[in-house]
Design a protein around this ligand. Structure first.
Ligand code: SIN
Ligand code: FE2
Length: 201
């Protein structure tokens, strides 16, 4: 399936990345993760998150007992690797801004992982979009409102789908209720990778 769906301002580019591009992205991400390993973060209240995280770019988004924030180094103390050119090309194609992303957050969803409804609001400039790239297993993406609560709409994101969260959608709550573990053959051991590209400053 390919084409653009608009739901509450979320611009969903279905089937944006052909399979060979998805495979090349995974190779590039493996190189990033070799330098900046995935970690299982804890929320500021000390609850372990079910996704594992790493990042590329000037900043990574991290969470621990000290709070949610952008950090210039990996928790292990090293710089984050640069954002791969293959990832920057996606931003160039869909973001519609002259600015470059300063963070590529890498979220890895294993069997049973989910992401609760949240807003992306640790960035300085909400006129800049957040661009999300889905790879691997299907994920059930839920889209809500700026305020907490109210009705939501859900859509399965598949490997190669790209979502632009800008404009009216920029501060809407969103999350991933569940993944269909093993639904994609992209990652040999199953799981879902989601990249979110953000302008931080
Ligand atoms: C996020 O909003 O942080 C992740 C979205 C997704 O995994 O599709
Ligand atoms: Fe988010």
């Amino acid at each position: 399936m390919s084409g653009i769906l608009r739901i509450r301002g979320f611009e969903v580019h279905q089937g944006f990345l052909p399979r060979p591009e998805q495979e090349a992205l995974v190779d590039d991400l493996r190189a990033v993760l070799a330098r900046a390993p995935l970690v299982q973060p804890v929320t500021p209240r000390g609850r372990p998150m079910s996704v594992r995280m790493s990042a590329a770019g000037r900043f990574g988004w991290i969470t621990d007992r000290q709070g949610y924030r952008y950090a210039p180094t990996h928790p292990q103390g090293t710089d984050w690797p640069p954002i791969p050119a293959s990832v920057l090309a996606i931003w160039e194609a869909v973001a519609g801004t002259d600015r470059q992303p300063e963070c590529c957050l890498i979220n890895w969803y294993g069997n049973g992982a989910r992401m609760g409804l949240h807003q992306d609001r640790d960035e300085a400039d909400f006129s800049q979009p957040v661009v999300s790239v889905s790879l691997g297993d299907d994920g059930l993406f839920r889209m809500g409102n700026e305020e907490r609560g109210g009705k939501t709409e859900s859509l399965w994101l598949r490997s190669g789908d790209v979502v632009v969260m800008g404009g009216e959608a920029r501060l809407r709550h969103h999350g991933v209720d569940r993944i269909r573990f093993g639904s994609s053959t992209l990652l040999p051991d199953g799981g879902r990778i989601n990249l979110t590209l953000r302008v931080v400053t």
